[in-house]
Design a binder for this molecule. Structure first.
Ligand SMILES: Nc1ncnc2c1ncn2[C@@H]1O[C@H](COP(=O)(O)OP(=O)(O)O)[C@@H](O)[C@H]1O
Ligand SMILES: [Mg+2]
Length: 224
């Protein structure tokens, strides 16, 4: 049976992954600061509710809800009407120090159930896992998140923050996730360039190429 595709909300991006993310999948979106992870993930939630009628939960772990809302408004994504109509819920864990992952997870699951969400973004798990000591703990926690969210029937983007110029911050999530999308910024001759790769996407004949993209006020735009 053909798996249903969940549009990311950017037509050119959807084409790279066979029409969208496979429904119910958990996709790791990994990239360095300023790569556009938050802008892309917001689009996923915004178009989800406004174009596809699918409710969404956005979990802010690195920046506050106020900052998030005002930045995304600049990009033409006003979440407030959808929040009022209980189609979108934004959770803010940004002010907590070491986050109690179990508690956070319960709140996330409650939010998903209460608005009957079909899409979730965790931005970022790197922030969520700040208090966890070992790789084993992180891996175990991600498995738990995966299992619990999967049960709710959501399609999920899990953002991973990579330090600039690093090869990768942490490999643990890649093996658990159904998909891995990499967004990177590099400097070529002193000019910032943005590159997107689909590293992995289960059940999908995805692009094998590296794609350049830019960010404008219209959001992430794939160049080719
Ligand atoms: N008005 C704009 N026009 C073009 N690019 C912008 C604009 N506003 C922000 N950006 C780019 O978007 C980046 C922030 O994107 P964001 O999704 O927050 O990154 P990440 O979440 O990956 O750290 C900024 O570093 C900047 O390069
Ligand atoms: Mg971000």
């Amino acid at each position: 049976m053909m798996v249903k595709r969940v549009s990311v909300g950017i037509r050119e991006f959807d084409k790279l992954v066979g029409g969208g993310f496979p429904e119910f999948s958990m996709v790791v979106l990994s990239g360095n600061p300023g790569a556009g992870k938050t802008i892309l993930s917001s689009r996923f939630i915004y178009e989800g509710v406004n174009t596809y009628g699918e409710n969404g939960v956005y979990v802010c772990l690195a920046e506050s809800i106020e900052k998030f809302l005002s930045t995304m408004k600049e990009f033409g994504m006003d979440f407030e009407p959808s929040i009022q109509r209980k189609k979108v819920e934004i959770l803010d864990f940004s002010l907590l120090g070491d986050i109690d992952v179990q508690l956070a997870l319960n709140r996330i699951l409650d939010a998903i159930t209460s608005i009957n969400a079909k899409r979730v973004v965790l931005d970022s798990v790197t922030a969520l896992f700040m208090g966890l000591k070992t790789e084993a703990e992180k891996r175990h926690t991600l498995r738990l998140i995966y299992k619990l969210i999967k049960r709710t029937g959501c399609t999920t983007i899990v953002v991973v923050d990579e330090p600039f110029n690093s090869d990768h911050s942490w490999y643990g999530e890649d093996f658990i996730a159904d998909g891995v999308v990499s967004m990177r910024t590099t400097f070529e001759d002193g000019v910032l360039r943005r590159k997107l790769r689909i590293v992995k996407m289960r059940g999908t004949n995805h692009t094998l190429r590296t794609h350049s993209y830019i960010i404008t006020l219209a959001g992430v735009k794939i160049l080719g």
